[in-house]
Ligand binder design. Structure first.
Ligand SMILES: *Cc1c(COP(=O)(O)O)cnc(C)c1O
Length: 425
């Protein structure tokens, strides 16, 4: 599918006049439309709720949009819990799907009344050491089926190699022990493949989890309040991929539910998900300006953003589509590496990419950076995090996070010895 920017060159020129590049910009209209679609696609399930994965885009102005759809928040750290609380989420709207969890984070999650999703069986005792025998009424366990999974379009993933979740045997034992601790209602959670661009993933996972909890219910006589399909629904980063159809995904999960859950008398169970990428990636972009060109053994365009602003290409070799704004209709007859300024040769947003001829001053729109984009940012080479902007439905642009300054970067040195030299008024 053709990938079109959600802003024009004229808009970006105006915005950049006020907020210099690089910046991340998010499209409120696109986010809202997608939220509505997700809600509709699962409206057959009474208790359905999306818990947006906060780590994807941890900005309260973005999270607040989700409130309008009664979505919750999936957290795995103290900062994410605090953010969710700050935008007004109550306990039932916070899912705490953490791993290797520090004690104080469990304490905070329990305090907020969040739904705690245990990553491992040993965490039952760990939790008891923190909250005593006051276990919440409702708790969840994370399952890892092990092995390798494969879908018909060739996507595969390797849950057996993943650090997350419990084996089936541990799961039975964990629920049994939680029941002894007075827990009344249960959830199950699994995340077994990432960025799946196929409508099959959720229905397949749902079928597997439904069958498993029917067995667990029969054996232990416990009640399942929800099945949490977690994240993993992908987006079409490449123009030759077919984007997921959330309605087909919802329908696939419904069919598995009708086939397995309804006959088992478990039709009241809610479907939860924790999508991050699918909710935000396409509705955010990194906008950067071409500032240098270099002709050596290859053709390079140097831009004012770098991997510190968007790390996915550098760490996973991930593809992010690039549009040269204003040149949408020009022939893509130049082969470039689009590179940032880090002293690391993996700081490349694109390698051997065919693009229209780029001139210094051109704006590049790096697509699908709305999730796991800004949030993965870091400060290597003393590079600063960019601003985040929200393009509102009415066309106005709101600064929802200012760019970092050197003062921010230097703020954490201990003592005051260098303060006069480093911190400017
Ligand atoms: C990262 C993560 C998600 C979100 O994953 P996406 O691929 O962005 O949808 C959801 N749940 C948990 C527990 C995660 O770690």
């Amino acid at each position: 599918m053709e990938k079109k920017p959600f802003v024009t060159l004229e808009q970006i020129e105006k915005i950049a006049g006020k907020y210099p590049t690089p910046f991340h910009i998010y499209d409120e209209a696109g986010i809202r439309k997608n939220c509505e679609n997700v809600k509709k696609a699962f409206s057959w399930n009474k208790g359905f709720r999306e818990y947006f994965a906060v780590k994807a885009t941890p900005n309260p102005y973005i999270l607040r949009i989700m409130n309008d759809y009664d979505f919750g928040f999936d957290c795995s750290s103290e900062a994410e819990l605090v953010l969710s609380d700050a935008v007004g989420a109550d306990g039932m709207h916070i899912m705490f799907s953490s791993n290797e969890t520090p004690a104080r984070e469990y304490a905070l999650a329990a305090n907020l009344g969040a739904i705690i999703n245990l990553d491992d069986i040993t965490h039952i005792d760990f939790l008891e050491g923190i909250i005593g025998d006051k276990f919440p009424e409702i708790m969840s366990c994370r399952y890892n089926p092990g092995g390798v999974i494969k879908m018909s379009n060739g996507i595969m993933d390797n849950p057996g190699d993943a650090k997350f979740g419990m084996t089936e045997e541990q799961l039975f034992e964990a629920y049994r022990r939680l029941k002894e601790h007075g827990v009344k209602k249960f959830g199950i959670h699994a995340f077994i493949a990432s960025n799946t661009v196929t409508n099959e993933y959720y229905p397949m996972l749902a079928g597997q989890l439904f069958e498993l909890i029917v067995k667990i219910k029969d054996k232990l006589g416990i009640d399942f309040a929800f099945v949490n399909l977690s994240g993993g629904v992908g987006v079409a980063y490449r123009p030759d991929q077919t984007p997921n159809d959330i309605f087909a995904i919802g329908e696939g999960v419904r069919q598995a539910f009708e086939k397995i859950m309804v006959p088992a008398g478990m039709q009241d169970a809610a479907i939860y998900c924790e999508m991050g990428r699918f909710m935000l990636a396409p509705y955010g972009a990194l906008v950067t300006k071409a500032v240098h060109e270099k002709h050596t053994y290859k053709e390079y365009i140097g831009v004012d953003a770098c991997a510190a602003n968007l790390m996915r290409p550098a760490i996973y070799g991930a593809y992010h589509h690039i549009t040269v704004l204003g040149k949408e209709n020009e022939p893509e007859d130049h082969k470039y590496d689009i590179v940032g300024s880090l002293c690391e040769n993996n700081d490349k947003f694109a390698i051997d990419r065919m693009l229209p001829e780029i001139k210094k001053g051109d704006y590049l729109f790096i697509h699908d950076a709305g999730a796991h984009g800004f949030s993965m940012g870091y400060n290597y080479n003393g590079r600063l995090r960019s601003a985040e902007l929200l393009l509102k439905e009415n066309g106005e642009v709101q600064l929802i996070r200012r760019a970092e300054t050197l003062n921010d970067y230097f703020a954490t040195f201990d003592g005051t010895e260098f303060k006069d030299k480093l911190i400017s008024e």
